[in-house]
Design a protein. Structure first.
Length: 414
């Protein structure tokens, strides 16, 4: 049992930090302050151990072996799928497709659903705060099918203009794809309302949950979204693994998007090929077995944390940083929507974000700078990019103070 599991109900950030070996190091002779969690979270020992144990004891290819290791690997891989299904509020095994990440999950839907359901004049409704992963696949499918992309604007404080979004919904809207939590701004979209409105207009919905699942529980039934996607590496799990949740009836009606082993029932040159059932129809080739097992371990680890307390801790970290930034008259905040999560994006007068990032790194402070894969959003604010500090549950108030002091040091170089 992990230390964090022993403290269920009593959130203790010091104990949680102890489980993340990477956080114990010095960078540029200073204790590492890792504030790049929206890009990727670090991994607890339980996840690292689960992956290592799998390779030490159980590794084999899955699904088609007639030996003990193959059975073990298959059982662990499929158990991880069940863990993901439960994590999303009790989805069915058939509804959980493993992908390489959020990006691949959206590409899967854009190709397998989009190319069969979209035609000239059909509309794809997006928002101006989408990550490129939820823009470019739709642009590609729009080009191939003649569908048209509509984009709902973002208000000055970084909230979605919900009225404008609703006004763009029409009988021509075939799919509304929206980010749950903006990676660049931290704004939370009212996705349950949006899904309901889209459904009433006859549209299918896809929610990009890459920045949501690590901050609060998500129940796909309560949201009623048709597709929900996320990446393992932003949820304390490994890179190279992600999830597409899809409503069973929709997945069932979609053709495969990639062909190969694992996704077939029978292959014949004469009679053609028939496909495996859900979810394997969408998992061509040897999957990322260790990745899925690591993701299952990450979910088990997270299930041992008091998530309400963790969210309150993250909110308190953000409030402390917000208060400090609000008092700096050389800082331009980008994204101040009420209730946003774990992200502070800003510009420092007279400094390019890249230089700020470099000067912070010299002090052991890791942040992300640039457009955050949201170029249209940056364009909307008329900026090339921002400095983004993003929190996770293992960050501390001392780290917030260290970041604020780090900005002072940056100023001294300008
Ligand atoms: N969507 C959002 C909101 C993200 O923040 C990210 C990654 O930063 C992605 C999609 C793409 O995720 P991945 O690169 O893991 O596929």
């Amino acid at each position: 049992m992990s230390t964090a599991m022993q403290t269920r109900g009593a959130f203790d950030v010091a104990l949680i930090r102890d489980e993340f070996p990477i956080l114990e190091q010095a960078v540029n002779d200073r204790p590492l302050v890792y504030l790049d969690n929206a890009a990727s979270t670090q991994k607890p020992e339980a996840v690292i151990r689960a992956i290592a144990d799998y390779y030490r004891r159980d590794h084999s290819n899955v699904h088609r072996g007639a030996h003990t290791l193959a059975d073990r690997a298959t059982a662990a891989f499929e158990q991880a799928r069940m863990d993901v299904a439960a994590f999303l509020g009790g989805a069915k095994r058939e509804e959980i497709v493993f992908t390489r990440g959020t990006t691949e999950a959206i590409n899967l839907v854009a190709n397998a659903w989009g190319r069969t359901h979209l035609g000239p004049g059909d509309e794809i409704l997006l928002t101006a705060m989408e990550h490129h992963a939820n823009i470019v696949p739709w642009q590609l499918v729009a080009e191939a099918t003649g569908a048209v992309i509509r984009v709902a604007p973002v208000l000055e404080n970084g909230e979605l203009d919900l009225d404008a979004w609703k006004a763009l919904l029409s009988e021509r809207t075939r799919i509304a794809a929206m980010v749950h939590v903006s990676n660049a701004l931290g704004s939370i979209n009212p996705v349950a309302d949006m899904v309901a409105a889209a459904r009433a207009a006859g549209a299918v919905t896809l929610v990009d949950g890459a920045q949501a699942v690590n901050h609060f529980p998500v129940d796909v039934h309560a949201l009623a979204a048709d597709f929900y996607v996320f990446s393992g590496h932003k949820l304390f799990g490994p890179t190279g693994i992600g999830v597409l949740y899809g409503r069973e009836s929709l997945l069932d009606a979609m053709p495969p998007w990639q062909g190969g082993g694992e996704m077939i029932e029978r292959v014949s040159f004469e009679a053609g090929t028939t496909f495996a059932g859900l979810p394997w129809k969408f998992e061509a080739g040897t999957p990322h077995i260790a990745g899925a097992i690591g993701l299952g371990a990450a979910i088990a680890w997270l299930n041992g944390i008091d998530r309400v307390a963790a969210a309150a801790h993250e909110a308190a970290l953000l409030a402390r940083l917000d208060a400090a930034l609000a008092g700096m008259n050389d800082v331009r905040r980008i994204g101040t929507a009420p209730g946003r999560v774990a992200v502070a994006s800003f510009l420092l007068d007279g400094a390019h974000p890249t230089d700020v990032g470099m000067l912070l790194d010299q002090q052991g402070i890791a942040v992300r700078v640039g457009h955050h894969c949201t170029m249209p959003l940056m364009e909307r604010f008329g900026i090339p990019g921002t400095v983004r500090a993003s929190f996770s549950i293992y960050n501390t108030f001392e780290e917030v103070d260290c970041f604020v002091a780090g900005l002072d040091k940056v100023r001294s170089f300008l």
